[in-house]
Design a protein around this ligand. Structure first.
Ligand code: NAD
Length: 302
């Protein structure tokens, strides 16, 4: 292996330790802790496991955490009233609504009802706008892109003047990370290209990348010959390609693969994230960071 592995599992631990320390300091000085509420409608098993992990992590770093589970048949007006209640609650700094919501509820309406200053997911149009403006305007960068940028910084990869190629233009990964990498400042100041399903020659663009960020959701889309020797490769893709029996639990688990042919790519890249254990663990970690930031904004110490 030639490439240095950038491990989200390790970086997560570093950041969660930092957050835990800061929460304790703020508690000692201001007698307040960050408060995070997750609103779950219904009992979708995948949603329950995501919410449980978020709440467990919030508890670990010393936050006040509330898991508010509502019945599947809750009306839209009642859900909006619940959000309003948490918008007005001064002990809550982050509000998350776990998606998907049942069909009778307008998802957009619900997400837009969250106070942008408590929108720690960073998906509210106000926060999307703040991200686009950049600099001091940014409050809550969306969590997966924020995690990607943090990994690049902590791996010591130079971003200033780097050619960054982002594969994928989704609102949750491709567009925001491309926008973040082109801003001035820490972990950015790069020259950014976004490629997507309408791009004529994917390979030629990818080959120019000093930093290649791939979020397409297509297993092994990026071939080793598309990678510039020494490049930093961030593989965001999480693709279920089969099932296996876990050695630890004896239960069936999904076999996950990224968007990059990892085994071949690691012989060419300078640094690379694996799947699983790469970008995945960073999303919840950055959610904690945004919730802490929200309290710091409130206290005027951010
Ligand atoms: P999406 O389906 O919304 O967007 C995929 C994008 O990739 C699209 O813009 C599309 O144009 C582009 N694309 C798809 N196939 C392509 C091809 N053959 N050539 C060029 N471009 C192509 O997906 P998303 O929500 O952005 O997620 C992308 C991947 O990242 C998925 O595998 C998802 O599971 C994963 N993901 C991981 C995390 C995490 O680890 N925390 C978070 C979000 C998404």
């Amino acid at each position: 292996m030639t490439a240095k592995l950038i491990l989200g599992t390790e970086i997560r631990e570093e950041i969660l330790e930092e957050i835990t320390r800061e929460v304790a300091e703020i508690k000692a000085k201001h007698n307040q802790v960050p408060g995070l509420v997750t609103i779950l409608v219904g009992e979708n098993p995948a949603s329950i496991s995501y919410v449980t992990l978020k709440i467990k992590t919030a508890h670990r770093v010393g936050f006040k955490e509330i898991q508010d589970t509502q019945p599947l048949d809750i009306g839209e007006a009642d859900l909006l009233a619940l959000i309003d209640k948490y918008n007005k609650d001064d002990s809550i700094h982050g509000i998350l609504v776990q998606l998907p919501l049942p069909k009778h509820i307008d998802e957009k309406k619900v997400l837009n009802a969250i106070n942008p200053d408590k929108d720690v997911d960073g998906f509210h149009p106000v926060n999307v706008g703040r991200l686009m403006i950049g600099g001091g305007e940014v409050k809550f960068p969306p969590c997966t892109p924020a995690g990607i940028q943090e990994m690049i910084v902590r791996a010591g990869v130079e971003t200033k003047g780097a050619e960054v190629v982002v594969v994928g233009r989704s609102n949750i990964v491709g567009k925001p990370i491309a926008n973040m990498m082109l801003q001035k400042g820490r972990g950015a100041n790069s020259t950014v290209t976004i490629v997507h399903t309408g791009t004529k020659d994917l390979a030629t663009h990818c080959k120019r990348a000093d930093i290649l960020i791939v979020a397409a959701g297509v297993p092994d889309l990026v071939k080793p010959e598309w990678i510039k020797p020494g490049a930093c490769v961030i593989d965001v893709g999480v693709n279920r390609v089969g099932e296996k029996v876990s050695e630890k639990t004896g239960k069936k688990v999904a076999i996950l693969k990224g968007d990059v042919d990892f085994e071949a790519a690691k012989e060419i890249a300078g640094s690379i994230t694996p799947v699983p254990g790469g970008v995945g663990p960073m999303t919840i970690t950055m959610l904690m960071k945004n919730t802490l930031k929200s309290l710091k904004f409130r206290l005027g110490i951010a």
